[in-house]
Write a protein that binds this ligand. Structure first.
Ligand code: HEM
Length: 402
């Protein structure tokens, strides 16, 4: 039975500081930690001694194992700040990302059919139309402009609205609220306020769909046995998870390609590489840094004993740069087969919207560089403001010209 007696002292905390000069690399300490001990004890801001998984195999093993729970009330938060100081509470009904089977299964099953790869491929044409409208709007406006606000954000926001069934007029309100719920710099009170506003809006929307169903996911869900509260929360989870993430992925991918002109030239010359390029950008950029789990029972993993109640932070950003899985991991290489990248998570909670996000990012990148072949940054690269205070990484704005 492993005793952990030979373990090095626990890490004092989660590495957070990214290296100066390369906005795409994870904190440098991860490389050393992963090489020394890819599953290692770590002290959490509340004093809990839990774990950090930083190797690809270890992160995958934890995320695939039902002995590790996603339940919100069990978690110790790894990042210092207001969230770490709160007492964690169970996820409200419908917020299934922070639930385990069988509760999780019940909700997820209701949605799976609406988000299959096949259903999403049927959306491709609509995604192309929305993308083209944004490109036309950019052309009308002329350079220079903020590509994040004018392109990366509105495409997934509009698609999420259409899929879910949010009317066009309500878009700006929900967009603002959904972004605020994810923005940790606002502090928990403002985040909660935005969350409750969004929920009130969604409750109204659920009622409207019950009265007059339309052709969308929310209307479809009103046929299930979910209560109004559950429906509103599922809607809010989809909004919270579904467009700000994709917007950041598009924005950061454009920035990365502009900083790797050889890769951009390859993609422009061979658009057939686009699918693989998106997979590699997901790996290289890992906008969703961490997934957090808590052991429900004692688990032996990698020669270590993780005790019941221990929280494990799964650092996807370190796992996706693991040289044992991806040779030369710090190089962006769109010809690489980046299969198994963990940016959409792994296991039963693997991103429901991954097929949709993959298509949106692919279409957005290919069409942008086709329409504006000489697109370039309008400010020095080291002045691009990075978004480090949300649950996922990205650019706050991306001034470009052409
Ligand atoms: C779950 C990332 C886009 C809906 C997840 C998880 C990750 C993730 C890492 C797993 C979290 C965990 O294990 O705790 C991303 C990224 C996206 C993206 C990087 C864009 C590039 C989307 C879209 C939608 C969506 C477009 C909706 C259409 C969800 C939902 C879950 C989820 C509902 C919870 C799944 C569950 O718990 O079963 N996402 N996501 N995501 N995502 Fe995404």
């Amino acid at each position: 039975r492993p005793e952990n007696a030979t373990s090095p002292t626990p890490l004092p905390g989660l590495p957070l500081e990214r290296p100066a000069g390369c906005p795409f690399d994870p904190p440098t300490e991860f490389a050393r930690i992963r090489a020394e001990q890819p599953l290692r004890q770590m002290v959490y801001p509340d004093g809990h001694v839990g774990w950090l998984a930083s190797g690809h195999a270890q992160v995958r093993a934890v995320l695939a194992d039902p002995r590790f729970s996603s339940r919100a009330e069990l978690v110790h938060w790894p990042i210092p700040g207001p969230v770490a100081e709160q007492t964690p509470e169970p996820a409200p009904p419908g917020m299934f990302q922070r639930m385990d089977a069988p509760e999780h299964t019940r909700y997820r099953r209701l949605l799976t059919g609406s988000f299959t790869a096949r259903r999403m491929r049927q959306l491709t044409e609509r995604i192309s139309e929305v993308t083209e409208e944004r490109l036309n709007a950019m052309e009308r406006r002329g350079p220079a402009l903020d590509l994040f606000q004018e392109y990366a954000l509105p495409i997934p926001a509009q698609m999420m609205c259409e899929v879910l069934g949010v009317p066009y007029e309500a878009r700006e309100t929900f967009q603002r609220q959904a972004i605020a719920t994810n923005d940790n710099s606002l502090g928990p009170e403002a985040q909660y306020a935005a969350f409750f506003e969004l929920q009130a809006f969604l409750q109204g929307l659920v009622q409207a769909k019950r009265d007059q169903p339309t052709d969308d996911v929310l209307s479809e869900l009103t046929k299930s046995d979910l209560t109004d509260e559950e429906l509103a929360n599922v809607g809010s989870l989809l909004l919270g998870a579904g467009f700000d993430t994709t917007a950041n992925m598009i924005g950061l991918s454009v920035f990365a390609l502009l900083r790797h002109p050889d890769q951009l030239a390859t993609l422009r010359a061979e658009p057939d590489l686009a699918e693989g390029a998106v997979e590699e950008l997901l790996r290289y950029l890992t906008i969703t840094d961490t997934a957090i789990r808590t052991a429900l029972e004692d688990v032996e993993l990698d020669g270590q004993l993780i005790r019941a109640g221990d929280t494990v932070t799964c650092a996807a950003q370190a796992a996706n740069r693991d040289p044992q899985k991806y040779p030369d991991p710090d190089t962006l290489d769109i010809r690489r087969r980046a299969t198994g990248q963990l940016t959409f998570g792994h296991g039963i909670h693997q991103c429901l919207g991954a097929p949709m996000a993959r298509i949106e990012v692919k279409v957005a990148l290919v069409e942008l560089f086709r329409r504006f072949p000489d697109l370039r940054l309008a400010i020095p690269a080291d002045e691009v403001p990075m978004r480090t205070d949300a649950d996922f990484y990205g650019v706050k704005s991306l001034p470009v010209t052409w």
